[in-house]
Design a protein around this ligand. Structure first.
Ligand code: MN
Length: 142
């Protein structure tokens, strides 16, 4: 079920527009940031279900931003998918080693992006207590 809030951090207006249009058309809510610094502020305030994080950004890069997001209690649980124009094997290794939840290579493939977004959000919902409303957890004895 779509409707979740996805934060897109991307400095390229065309990539931003494509990602936004695809997600909105498929029922997601979207928040946008053109820098990592702005993205972190929005992530803390709005706690999106997922963040799409460009790696090459002016100022702070996406890998550094990801590491900061993992430091804050408000954002440490939010899955982050890296967006990068680079298909270089070394870059891919750095990104995966940093612990990103997924990886999308630009130019963006619409179907692949939607599949990845859905899979990562569903996986996180299952792993999070309260993610399944029908299965109320038993109360712990005090
Ligand atoms: Mn960029």
């Amino acid at each position: 079920m779509a409707g979740e809030l996805v934060l897109i951090v991307e400095d390229n207006p065309l990539n931003m527009k494509l990602a936004r249009d695809v997600l909105v058309f498929n029922g997601y809510q979207v928040a946008e940031a053109m820098t990592a610094e702005e993205g972190i502020v929005i992530a803390c305030k709005r706690e999106p279900a997922l963040i799409l994080m460009d790696i090459q950004l002016p100022g702070m890069d996406g890998v550094t931003a990801f590491k900061q997001l993992r430091q804050y209690p408000e954002t440490q649980h939010i899955p982050v998918i890296a967006l990068t124009a680079s298909a270089m094997v070394t870059d891919r290794k750095v990104i995966l080693a940093a612990g990103f939840d997924g990886y999308e290579t630009k130019p963006i493939s619409v179907k692949h992006l939607l599949d990845t977004v859905r899979t990562v959000i569903d996986k996180r919902a299952k792993a999070t207590p309260g993610g399944a409303p029908s299965a109320a957890p038993a109360k712990e004895p005090k």
